[in-house]
Ligand binder design. Structure first.
Ligand SMILES: [Zn+2]
Ligand SMILES: [Zn+2]
Length: 315
């Protein structure tokens, strides 16, 4: 069954088994074939091949890979596509490290929160697990910058909108003519329905990114996971009036987390898991975020709170 978003855009649903996360990449057909994100490395290349098959495409037929950011569930299939053909691999400059240098990427973005979450953790082992999760390293063909225009076929041109926050190199791919944007995880609303916080690496940048999108005419915001809003049920794509509400909710959550983190600044010496649960308790009850013990994937919440409290040393 082929669900259509637009006559040239097709959803590619890829189930992340170990993490129980629903993931969706996209195929754009416009004379050339473009993939927006490529799913996780686990199970690739067979899973990627299987989702392309209904469109009479093989891995070698993909011409452009536009990554929304560097997390494993989005870039994991890149290396298999590159091995099978010669797609042009693109990602924002700030997230290129996720593809090109897994050791530095782990040390910069994941080691600090891993250590703070559990001081006994064997970092070398955690780094190895990260490398496994990411799949093979590969060279980026084009490092994207804000406002780059990408002609990806006969008629479609996408504009890169840099939306840092979730990661520093998160972007949206904006199709102005149709009022559509592919946002990946750049805008997270209230995250997935399990009660984890949205993953936000840089809260201040995130708030600016949401505000920037509020100024852009948008009829459709196309994500990769089923994020919820305050009164919006979980869905991957937000349409019409949902777009504005989703952006407002995303901003609201980020503001409340910022406030709660500021109120806990004198408790930063305490163990991270303890501070995290205090912060969750300070957020509005109707946001329905859960304490760590109730989460299947506590690292999302740990990441956001760790960075809110300790990455910025200004307070
Ligand atoms: Zn992500
Ligand atoms: Zn993701």
């Amino acid at each position: 069954m082929v669900e259509k978003i637009h006559s040239q855009i097709y959803p590619l649903d890829i189930w992340l088994e170990p993490a129980h996360i629903t993931f969706r990449a996209y195929l754009i057909k416009d004379g050339k074939n473009t993939m927006i994100d490529t799913g996780p490395p686990l199970g690739s290349p067979e899973k990627l091949a299987a989702v392309l098959k209904p469109y009479d495409l093989a891995l070698k037929d993909v011409n452009f890979v536009l990554n929304t950011h560097g997390h494993f569930d989005h870039v994991g299939g890149n290396a298999f596509l590159k091995e099978s053909g010669n797609p042009q691999i693109m990602i924002h400059r700030e997230d290129a490290i996720f593809l090109e240098d897994h050791q530095s990427c782990f040390d910069r973005y994941f080691a600090p929160v891993t250590k703070a979450s559990n001081p006994q953790e064997d970092l070398a082992k955690a780094r190895e697990a990260f490398r496994q999760e990411m799949g093979p390293e590969l060279k980026v063909d084009r490092r994207l910058e804000d406002n780059d225009l990408l002609p990806i076929g006969d008629s479609i041109e996408l504009q890169v909108i840099h939306l840092p926050g979730h990661t520093l190199g998160s972007v949206g791919y904006y199709w102005e003519k149709e009022g559509m944007i592919f946002t990946g995880d750049s805008i997270c609303g209230l995250s997935s329905p399990d009660g984890s916080l949205p993953i936000i690496y840089d809260l201040e940048a995130y708030k600016q990114s949401v505000k920037r999108l509020k100024e852009i005419p948008l009829g459709m915001l196309i994500g990769c996971h089923p994020y919820r809003g305050m009164n919006l049920p979980p869905s991957i794509i937000k349409k019409g009036s949902e777009v504005k509400r989703f952006l407002e909710d995303s901003l609201e959550v980020a503001e409340r987390i910022t406030e709660a983190a500021a109120a806990l600044k004198n408790e930063r010496e305490k163990p991270l898991p303890e501070v995290v649960d205090k912060l969750i308790a300070k957020l509005p009850a109707n946001m329905d975020f859960k304490p760590l013990a109730q989460l299947m994937m506590p690292q999302f919440t740990l990441t956001t709170v760790y960075n809110a409290l300790y990455r910025n040393e200004d307070y």
